[in-house]
Design a protein around this ligand. Structure first.
Ligand code: NAD
Ligand code: MG
Length: 391
């Protein structure tokens, strides 16, 4: 029996994970679940999956959850320390890291330092801490499996020997596919007027609001380029973004001999979740089999960096290295939230990020403390850029 902790159990990835787990009660038990504020939803999941522990964001939320769970033997806690505990406890084997944003860094890192099997959805944690995170995985012999559909596809398209000997694998390019989001065809000059509702309406995937906006700006793909760099030790020039609006091919690896290996499937996150949970075995995920004869033509083209300046900013941050990706990530988180709160326009998101990257010097990412300090500086700088934009 594999014992699972889900960080971010009430989110889109959290719900898909619970859906897969419910199909295999003989293989998996739930040790702990976390949520930030959605106490009723977490209480429902606790009643269904009977974890030993549940963690929420505040004392007030913990009080409400404890009341809802009265009579059940579930320890309720709140705050970052408790998240780190449920991620690193000897009573859990596998941690699904599905908190959105920088808030997931500390518990995801705690899971890696405790040598857990870490299923990584929380790409922002890796973007921020890059080398430090990968070092922790190696040093503590954690197992890191990508949940992001593209990275899971790349992982599936690489040979098992890749981690031991990447040179011998003969990888020529990593082809990271991107749907292009809801604004792939929309006239560029109308992008200023995009509303949060339009930005969150993704053509192929149903996801949380932050990643939906990231998909609309293509910052999501930018973060994924950085994620791929760390997960697969790939130089920036080895990673190519390919627009593929149908989201049937989830990514590809091309090899020096001319072969291209791809992973295909219906766009449903339960496939990569089931893959990572059972790896190296396979289990049913609830996702219908792909019927290629039902498929319209599959299209591929190059991304337009002028339509999607966030993608260019992410490549710049990756090339700059050090704490530049954590600057990018923090400025993006603040700008996206401000857009969702209707304080700034859609195109202001890339303006805020560019100005923060210009204004705040980056340095070496020598420790998690340095990364977090940079994150705090970038957030403060982003807030003052936003204040200027709104003045
Ligand atoms: P979501 O907004 O649906 O859920 C986020 C979860 O994190 C919720 O359970 C919420 O309670 C928790 N949370 C939010 N803020 C928190 C905080 N400050 N402290 C602690 N917990 C907090 O997001 P999602 O779409 O499930 O995405 C989760 C992560 O997975 C993101 O990093 C995203 O980029 C990544 N991801 C998502 C998808 C997808 O299809 N949804 C695909 C690939 C990668
Ligand atoms: Mg993805």
């Amino acid at each position: 029996m594999q014992r699972i902790t889900i960080l971010g159990a009430t989110g889109s990835i959290g719900a898909s994970t619970l859906d897969v787990l419910a199909r295999h009660p003989d293989r998996y038990s739930v040790y702990a679940l976390s949520a930030h504020g959605r106490v009723e939803e977490l209480a429902d999941a606790c009643r269904r999956f009977k974890p030993a522990r549940a963690v929420v964001g505040s004392a007030d939320a913990a009080g409400r959850l404890a009341q809802l769970l009265a009579g059940l033997d579930i320890q309720v806690d709140h705050g970052e320390q408790a998240l780190c505990e449920i991620a690193s406890s000897p009573d859990t084997d596998t941690v699904m890291a599905a908190i959105v944003g920088a808030a997931g860094l500390a518990p995801t890192l705690a899971a890696a330092r405790a040598g857990k099997k870490v299923l990584l959805a929380n790409k922002e944690a890796l973007v921020m801490s890059g080398q430090l995170f990968m070092d922790a995985v190696r040093e503590h012999r954690a197992t890191l499996l990508p949940i992001d559909s593209e990275h899971n596809a790349i992982f599936q398209s690489l040979p098992a020997s890749y981690a031991r000997d990447p040179q011998a694998a003969g990888v020529a390019r990593i082809l990271l596919t991107a749907s292009g989001g809801p604004f792939l065809q929309r006239a560029v000059e109308t992008l200023e007027a995009v509303t949060p509702e339009e930005a969150c309406k993704h053509p192929n995937w149903v996801m949380g609001r932050k990643i939906s906006v990231d998909s609309a700006t293509m910052m999501n793909k930018g973060l994924e380029v950085i994620e791929a760099h760390w997960l697969f030790g790939a130089a920036p020039e080895l990673i190519e973004v390919v627009i593929h609006p149908q989201s049937v091919i989830h990514s590809m690896v091309s090899y020096t001999d001319g072969s291209v290996l791809a992973q295909l499937g219906n766009p449903d996150m339960r496939t990569p979740i089931a893959h990572a949970l059972a790896f190296p075995e396979r289990i049913a995920s609830g996702v219908p089999q792909l019927d290629l004869t039902e498929m319209a033509a599959l299209q591929f083209h190059r991304p337009d960096f002028e339509r999607f300046p966030c993608l260019a900013l992410a490549f710049e941050a990756l090339r700059a290295g050090g704490t530049a990706p954590s600057l990018l990530n923090a400025a993006n988180e603040v700008a996206v939230q401000s857009f969702l709160d209707r304080e700034i326009g859609f195109r202001d998101i890339d303006r805020v990020i560019a100005q923060v990257m210009e204004a705040v010097p980056h340095g070496p990412a020598s420790s998690i403390e340095a990364v977090l300090a940079q994150d705090a500086r970038a957030r403060a700088a982003a807030r003052s850029v936003i204040a200027r934009l709104r003045a």
